[in-house]
Design a binder for this molecule. Structure first.
Ligand code: CO8
Length: 260
């Protein structure tokens, strides 16, 4: 299906989804949120896709937030519906069952930072800027920022970023644990591609087991979290990929994983 506010492209088993509203710094309006949710659901259902890369079009921004121009006349009920739609998108990304890499070359602000935080890995150019500037609009984050930022960086940094609303650079974001890796701008694509290729060649059911155990298990008491881990570990033993991976190690050859 053709999207109006996104582009998608496949490179082998790597699907890149690009928010394509560069004139508005890829701000997330209702249409974009709906299209992103659909695009991620399609990626989840397509067995040919093993990894998703999420990017923003244009020179300046990954995503500069929710679209402020849409918000001005909202009633609280409309705001609640918009927040819920955005949170549904973020959960769709987070629970995709396949790794999602955010490729962040510029601004990741407000809803854009929330979207990046829903991804599993965040690779940033040293030129990227991060922030939760909602306080300056008389708002609070509405797409999960208060929750995911706290989980990623701890309460102290989450409160600092949300209360003061200031932008931080990529180096500080890395120190806070907000991004996985920071690279020079001209190394961003090669770094993302290499990471995506590594994940695309890995055993998909084992990747899913790790995602489930870390994300779902991380929300529970440790006994339940450990049960998630045991379940994923046991399921791996029902796969051909586990036999292939262990045999390849013993035979000193490169494993070839099929997703079965
Ligand atoms: N929404 C709508 N339009 C935007 C947004 C945005 N978030 N960000 C940029 N744009 C538009 C600008 O209005 C401008 O459009 P136009 O050319 O038609 O006037 C165009 O993009 C280019 O932007 P600038 O001219 O401002 O570019 P600069 O390089 O001067 O500045 C900044 C770049 C610093 C990124 C600046 O654009 C900015 O501060 N943007 C807003 C950042 C922001 O506050 N983001 C948070 C929004 S609120 C939010 O995300 C809440 C999420 C949860 C909501 C839950 C309910 C939906």
């Amino acid at each position: 299906m053709a999207f109006r506010t996104l582009t998608t492209a496949d490179r082998g088993a790597v699907r890149t989804i690009t928010v394509n509203r560069p004139d508005k710094l890829n701000a997330l309006n209702r249409e974009t949120i709906g299209e992103l949710t659909l695009a991620f659901r399609q990626a989840a259902q397509d067995d040919g896709v093993r990894v998703v890369v999420l990017s923003g079009a244009g020179e300046k921004a990954f995503v500069a937030g929710a679209d402020i121009s849409e918000m001005t006349a909202w009633t609280p009920v409309q705001a609640q519906a918009a927040s819920h739609a955005g949170q549904t998108l973020m959960l769709t990304v987070e629970r995709l069952g396949k790794p999602v890499i955010a490729r962040i070359h510029g601004y990741a602000l407000g809803g854009g930072m929330e979207l990046a935080m829903a991804c599993h890995l965040r690779v940033a150019s040293e030129k990227a800027r991060f922030g939760q500037p909602e306080i300056g609009l008389g708002l609070i984050p509405g797409f999960g920022g208060t929750q995911r930022l706290t989980r990623l960086t701890g309460r102290g940094a989450a409160l600092e970023l949300c209360l003061l609303g200031q932008q931080i650079d990529a180096a500080r974001a890395e120190r806070l644990g907000l991004v996985t890796r920071v690279v020079a701008a001209d190394e961003l694509d090669a770094t993302v591609d290499a990471m995506a290729d590594q994940l695309a060649a890995a055993a998909p059911l084992a990747l899913k087991g790790i995602l489930d155990a870390v994300i779902e298990g991380g929300e529970c008491a440790i006994d339940q979290g450990l049960a998630f881990e045991t379940q994923g570990f046991a399921i791996a033993f029902s796969t051909e990929d586990m036999r292939e991976g262990t045999s390849a190690f013993l035979e000193r050859r490169k494993a070839s994983f099929k997703g079965a």
